[in-house]
Design a protein around this ligand. Structure first.
Ligand SMILES: [Zn+2]
Length: 348
C-alpha cells in the first residue's frame, strides 16, 4: 500500500531575497516563512516518525525557484508545501489564501503570481533559459501555462481546501480562499503542491499577527492539522489507485456513489462510462454560475471536493471528440472513467 511518506516544506525566499517587507522594512517575509516552516516540520516529525521531512532551506540562504522544485522531484516527495507572506499596495488587503498551480491570470491572483515569480530575476542572467524564456513581468509570457495539464490538481486542491478550512480557526481569520495561479515554484513539481500565503505584511492588523512568534506556532499547527487530514484522505483514497472516497453524485444522471458499501444502493450502474472533468472546487456551484460557462455540468463529491463533469459517454473516443470543444472553455479539462460507481484513473 502506498502511503504519504515524504513531504517537502519550502520556506519562501531567503538570503539576498527578503521577500515582502513590513512598512518600516525591518520585518522580512523570508524570516517568517522559515520560522513557520521549521515549526511545521517539527510537528510532522514528532507526530509521524515514519514520515521524512525535507526542507528546501533550513537557514537564511538564497535558493532558486527551480532548485526548490528539483529538491522535491529528486526526492520523489508526496507533497510539496510552500509557505509565503503576502503584500499589496492597498493596505486594506488582508487574509490568507492558498494557491495551486493553474493558468488563471484573469484576476487579482495575477498580482501575487507576478510578485512571487519575479524572484527569478535575482537568479542570474540565465534565468530566461532555465525557465524556457519566461519573463515574470510580461503577461504574454504566461501563455506557456495555458497548455498546462496538472495531473495532481485535485490532490493539490484537496490540500489547499484543508489549509483554508483550518485557517478559519487561526490568528488571521479572513480567508481569501483557494486560488489558481501560474506560480513557477509549483510549475514543474511532480507531486501535489500548494503555496500558502499566511497573510499580508502590508496590512497593519495582519502584520501585528505575523510579527508575533507565538503565532508562528499557531500557523504551523493549523497547516499541520490540514496535513494530517490530507494524509488520512490520501492514504485511504489514493493508495490503490481508485477514488474509493467517491461519495455522491447529484441525482438525475445515471451513476450514484455512496459513502460506504453497507448503505443500501438505490441505483448503481455497473458499466463503465466516460465523463469530462472540467474542474474541482470546494463548494457546490449554482447551476447558472459563470464558472460553469453556460455548460450543463454534474458534480461528483470526493473528499472535500466537488468534481464537475460534463457528459456521459459510452466510449472514450466520443469523450475525446467533445474534449476539444470543452477545452476552449476549460483548458485543463480531462477525461475520467466511472465504473461501478467510482472514479478510476484513466491509466488503469
Ligand atoms: Zn513570497
Amino acid at each position: 500500500m502506498v502511503v504519504l511518506k515524504k513531504v517537502v516544506i519550502d520556506p519562501g525566499h531567503g538570503g539576498a531575497d527578503p521577500g515582502a517587507l513590513s512598512a518600516d522594512k525591518k520585518v522580512k517575509e523570508k524570516d517568517i516563512t522559515l520560522s513557520v516552516s521549521l515549526k511545521l516540520g517539527d510537528l510532522i516529525k514528532r507526530n509521524y516518525p515514519g514520515i521524512e521531512v525535507i526542507y528546501t532551506r533550513k537557514t537564511d540562504v538564497f535558493v532558486a525557484l527551480d532548485k526548490r522544485t528539483e529538491i522535491a522531484n529528486k526526492n520523489k516527495a508526496d507533497l510539496f508545501i510552500s509557505i509565503h507572506v503576502n503584500a499589496a499596495v492597498a493596505r486594506a488587503a488582508t487574509g490568507s489564501e492558498t494557491f495551486v498551480m493553474g493558468a488563471d491570470k484573469s484576476s487579482s491572483n495575477f498580482e501575487v503570481t507576478m510578485l512571487e515569480n519575479s524572484v527569478i530575476m535575482m537568479e542570474g542572467e540565465d534565468y530566461a533559459t532555465r525557465y524556457e524564456g519566461f519573463e515574470p513581468n510580461n503577461p504574454e509570457s504566461y501563455i506557456i501555462f495555458t497548455l498546462l495539464q496538472n495531473a495532481h490538481l485535485e490532490q493539490s486542491l484537496e490540500m489547499a481546501s484543508l489549509v483554508q478550512k483550518h485557517f478559519n480557526n487561526g490568528p488571521i481569520k479572513v480567508s481569501r480562499g483557494i486560488k489558481q495561479g501560474p506560480l513557477l515554484v509549483l510549475w514543474k513539481t511532480s507531486m501535489p503542491s500548494v503555496l500558502i500565503e499566511l497573510g499580508f505584511i502590508s496590512n497593519p492588523l495582519d502584520f501585528k499577527i505575523l510579527n508575533n512568534r507565538a503565532n508562528h506556532d499557531k500557523f504551523a499547527a493549523l497547516i499541520f492539522n490540514a496535513f494530517k487530514e490530507y494524509k488520512q484522505i490520501y492514504d485511504k483514497d489514493y493508495s490503490n489507485g481508485r477514488d474509493t472516497a467517491a461519495k455522491e453524485v447529484i441525482p438525475g444522471n445515471g451513476v450514484q456513489l455512496f459513502p460506504d458499501s453497507n448503505k443500501k444502493v438505490v441505483k448503481q450502474q455497473s458499466e463503465t462510462h466516460y465523463r469530462i472533468q472540467i474542474m474541482a472546487v470546494n463548494k457546490v456551484l449554482r447551476s447558472n454560475s459563470p464558472d460553469l460557462k453556460g455548460r450543463d455540468a454534474n458534480y461528483i463529491k470526493v473528499g472535500n471536493l466537488y468534481k464537475y463533469t460534463i457528459g456521459e459517454y459510452p466510449s472514450i473516443n466520443m469523450a475525446k471528440e467533445d474534449l476539444v470543444s470543452v477545452r476552449r472553455d476549460f483548458p485543463q479539462a480531462f477525461i475520467i472513467v466511472v465504473r461501478d460507481g467510482t472514479i478510476i484513473p484513466l491509466n488503469k
